[in-house]
Design a protein around this ligand. Structure first.
Ligand SMILES: NC(=O)c1ccc[n+]([C@@H]2O[C@H](COP(=O)([O-])OP(=O)(O)OC[C@H]3O[C@@H](n4cnc5c(N)ncnc54)[C@H](O)[C@@H]3O)[C@@H](O)[C@H]2O)c1
Ligand SMILES: [Zn+2]
Length: 357
């Protein structure tokens, strides 16, 4: 589905048909051009790391992208700064940064004067290939991740691949880890497309990166247009995420999200293999690709018992059972329920996985 290379695509625009509004992702590598499209009445909030690209003016300030930034406790500091700039309901907020800048700015845009327009310019691979569409806003509350939020899509998104040219390797790995789950869930053809471009993308090859970002958004678009509020089909996209979130939590958020997700996919594959849902050949092939992103050192400080505690609190669970996403192979992910009374089986599988890596 995503094998049409970007340079063959006439229009470098992806339209998202959300229940709230139609909005677009534009691929544009010319920042000057992007800036021309900024509405006159706007304020810009940008990550300090992309400082060189912008000039400071009255309605502009920098913030530091991090999990701390998107904490509920930090919001009043940002809102105070915004209000000092004398904005009105018709001001547009332009957010420039990674997923954390997006989450903080989108949430604030949704509550300021009961909602102001916002535009997003994602500057990390993860925010370009994934978080920029879907409309979720998420704020951390007293150390607990993504506890508060709503849906508030931006009006426009501009993807400029120049931002990720000199990104730290950790960001690249995290972005590739995050996008890999879309390709694994989608189809064999899309998985092969990912395999073809992943190693080149890790060497900062812009052609491969562009194709992977574009393809990932096309796959995600399909799911969010069917199940925008994450209640049915979109749940499958949690592949790698129950275990990934548990890894993030157990690492005190030191392991970046996408790297945790890639490791989470490997755990889901291991359990699927042990439970005979997945055959050995496919198990090896899936993990070989994930090994481009993960390293045996990633989980050195992670304790399966702590992960298990986090898994028990996963949002997908209900009173009686825990739910994880397992797989019968590429494109064949499914929801697997475990009776809470039998959670020891899952715990033992996790412990064995850690013994084997
Ligand atoms: N809202 C959603 O739908 C959604 C989806 C997925 C993830 N997320 C959230 O996104 C966050 C992760 O996103 P992220 O990885 O972009 O994190 P991030 O915003 O913390 O960025 C990672 C690091 O890269 C730096 N950075 C930003 N742009 C850069 C550039 N061009 N060059 C070099 N460094 C740069 C940042 O300052 C930060 O230190 C998590 O909090 C996660 O929960 C949200
Ligand atoms: Zn994710």
């Amino acid at each position: 589905m995503v094998d049409t290379l970007l340079n063959k695509i006439k229009t470098k625009e992806i339209k998202i048909y959300s229940k709230f509004k139609k909005y677009s992702v534009f691929f544009n590598n010319d920042l000057k051009n992007i800036k021309k499209n900024f509405p006159k009445d706007s304020i810009v909030i940008a990550d300090k790391k992309v400082k060189n690209h912008f000039r400071k003016n009255d309605k502009f300030f920098y913030i530091e992208g991090s999990e701390k930034l998107k904490s509920f406790e930090n919001l009043n500091i940002i809102i105070k700064k915004i209000l000092k700039l004398n904005i009105t309901k018709s001001t547009t907020l332009i957010a420039i940064g990674g997923g954390t800048v997006q989450d903080a700015c989108s949430f604030i845009s949704s509550i300021l004067f009961r909602g102001i327009k916002w535009i997003f310019i994602p500057t990390t691979l993860l925010s370009q290939c994934d978080s920029c569409i879907g409309g979720k806003t998420s704020i951390n509350f007293y150390g607990i991740k993504n506890q508060i939020g709503n849906f508030y899509p931006p009006n426009e998104i501009y993807i400029n691949l120049n931002f990720i040219k000199n990104q730290p390797k950790k960001n690249l790995l995290s972005g590739l880890g995050e996008m890999s789950h879309y390709y694994f869930v989608s189809s064999k053809k899309d998985f092969n497309f990912f395999k073809k471009h992943a190693s080149k993308a890790l060497e900062n090859n812009i052609f491969s990166l562009t194709n992977l970002v574009y393809g990932s958004l096309i796959i995600k678009k399909k799911y969010i247009e069917k199940d925008e509020f994450d209640t049915g089909e979109r749940l499958i996209l949690n592949y790698g995420h129950s275990f990934g979130h548990a890894i993030e939590k157990a690492s005190n958020y030191l392991i970046p999200h996408g790297i945790a997700v890639a490791n989470g996919m490997k755990i889901a594959n291991y359990i699927s293999y042990k439970k005979r849902f997945l055959n050995l050949r496919e198990y090896i092939s899936m993990n070989k690709t994930l090994n481009l992103i993960t390293s045996s050192k990633d989980l050195i400080k992670i304790k399966p018992e702590i992960m298990m505690k986090a898994l028990e609190k996963d949002k997908k669970n209900n009173k009686k059972s825990m739910r994880v996403i397992l797989t019968k192979g590429i494109g064949k992910m499914f929801i697997f329920s475990i009776d809470r009374r039998k959670k020891k089986v899952l715990k033992n599988l996790l412990i064995n996985y850690f013994k084997e890596i």
